[in-house]
Design a protein around this ligand. Sequence first.
Ligand code: FES
Length: 122
Amino acid sequence: MSVRHTVTVHDRQHGTVLQAELEEGRYVLEGFEAAGKPLPFSCRNGCCTTCAVRVLSGELDQREALGLSHELRSQGYGLLCVARVKGPLTVETQDEDEVYMLQFGNAFGKGQVRRAIPLEEE
Ligand code: FES
């Protein structure tokens, strides 16, 4: 019989709290989807950081999170698409592009590349 743990996600953008009982070793994103509680994602391969969260309590097994630096992992960030349940866990969603900019922002010569044409002119 597999051990299950309570995983809680505070979705700051929608002001909601999602919770699921997930088997140890299961991918968090996939587990929430199976429970009918989809979370933000894009690549599903641990590369784009769309699914990034801040860990409030507990730990993730994220040895497959190639797109997240060890520094950001040690600061408490995680990628739910490739993170496996290790025990009880509480996380909160990141601000838009927060982890992406923390990780890659200083690689841009003059900051983030902006649109040449404002959206309202298209
Ligand atoms: S969905 Fe892209 S890193 Fe998780």
